[in-house]
Design a protein. Structure first.
Length: 405
């Protein structure tokens, strides 16, 4: 366990450096490995983000936090010239090796060892970029206006910013897993990785993951930066970007109201677009929480504050388990349970059934955590089907386009 300095501002770079982590999306050993990963990225960018590979041809791309460089090598395959800014110096040999191994060294413009913050403080060069990419860590860079303003200065008009980040409501179940893990480690005295395997092994093995459980434990369960205060609240994020001249181009899950119908030649004003997508986002909160379609017919004054309090209480259980807070979580879950089972939410019958079962499981685990019997908790988490198959929607992708000045 890493000792965290009491007065240190914790960053993911600091944490990864102390743990000796070089985050990898995929260990690319051969051309077939790269081709398989490229197809996954192609599917994501073409089908969900409306950015086919041809959009990157002959483009100038700046990526912050590329880690080992698997995503960057795919962008290079698609024709992008890549400038990479990665503060973890141990990752630089991995990046260069990939570009050399796959004969794309001519597409690697530069590998810079700065953080985004320090890079942004340099004198802005005349060169601007067609794409700016920040996947995974961007939600940790505070305050938001710093990086948003910087991106606005160095992106070309009609250029694209591609983001991947932890979203507030979609991370409810991730926070709950951290709360379970923290409580169980204290009850058993077991090491983090060994402990996670005991009560999350069946859950982890139920998905087609491309990384090891050890990486997941380090990236999520033990990572002190994966906390509620760091996550992005979507309405605020979209508003801040809009105020700096960025417009939502695409996202996954969708933020735009795809139910709207109007004349094809009509172009809503930016403020109108923002209001529409923010309302759509608010009505999608339960969909994000449970990773299934639960779209609210209308927003209500009680629902969102109740969910926010549930998130706050769950996050607090990570630091110190408290019976009263756990019981309050159960109350809020009961309210959500009644809402999802009502006609105020548009859902598929299968989704309703699975989410109600998931809520029932979460409430049961909270009661087990209150009782404090580690064996009962481990047995339930390893066998309950509803718990095993529920993950929520913790990470989101969004593409924003810079408007013409």
């Amino acid at each position: 366990m890493i000792k965290i300095p009491a007065k240190k501002e914790i960053t993911q770079h600091w944490y990864f450096e102390k743990k000796g982590i070089i985050s990898q999306h995929r260990n690319l050993k051969s051309q077939s490995d790269l081709d398989s990963y490229e197809q996954e990225r192609r599917d994501l960018f073409t089908d969900k983000l409306a950015l086919p590979p041809s959009a990157f041809t002959n483009s100038q791309l700046l990526e912050f936090g590329p880690s080992a460089g698997e995503n960057a090598i795919v962008f290079a395959m698609w024709g992008a010239s890549c400038t990479l800014v990665e503060p973890n110096l141990k990752a630089h040999p991995c990046i260069k090796k990939y570009f050399e191994q796959f004969k794309l060294a001519q597409k690697l413009v530069e590998v810079d060892g700065s953080t985004l913050e320090s890079y942004s403080k340099r004198q802005i060069p005349d060169k601007k970029f067609d794409f700016i990419v920040a996947e995974g860590f961007i939600y940790l860079v505070k305050p938001d206006p710093m990086w948003i303003g910087f991106f606005s200065r160095i992106i070309k008009n009609n250029g694209f910013v591609i983001l991947n980040y932890c979203e507030t409501f979609g991370n409810f179940q991730e926070l709950f897993l951290k709360a379970i893990h923290s409580r169980m480690c204290k009850l058993t005295g077991m090491g983090s990785v060994e402990a996670a395997g005991k009560w999350f092994g069946a859950k982890w093995n139920s998905i087609p993951h491309t990384t090891t459980m050890e990486s997941w434990v380090a990236d999520v369960l033990d990572n002190p930066t994966v906390r509620l205060a760091r996550f992005y609240e979507l309405k605020e994020l979209c508003t801040n970007l809009c105020n700096s001249g960025f417009y939502l181009y695409s996202s996954w899950p969708p933020y735009k109201n795809s139910l709207e119908v109007y004349w094809a030649k009509k172009m809503p004003k930016p403020k109108e677009q923002l209001e529409s997508q923010n309302e759509f986002i608010e009505r999608s909160r339960l969909s994000h929480m449970f990773g299934r379609k639960h779209f609210l017919l209308k927003t209500g004054p009680e629902m969102e504050p109740s969910i926010k309090e549930l998130l706050t209480l769950t996050d607090s259980l990570i630091d110190e388990f408290d019976r009263d807070k756990a019981e309050k979580c159960i109350e809020h879950l009961g309210s959500i349970e009644r809402l999802i089972g009502s006609d105020a939410v548009i859902s598929e019958p299968k989704d309703v059934k699975e989410t109600l079962n998931a809520i029932k499981s979460i409430k049961h685990i909270l009661n087990l955590l209150i009782a404090g019997n580690a064996d009962d908790i481990a047995a339930f988490c390893s066998s309950d089907k509803a718990f095993i198959k529920s993950w929520g929607m913790p990470t989101h992708y969004a593409v924003f386009r810079k408007g013409s000045e």
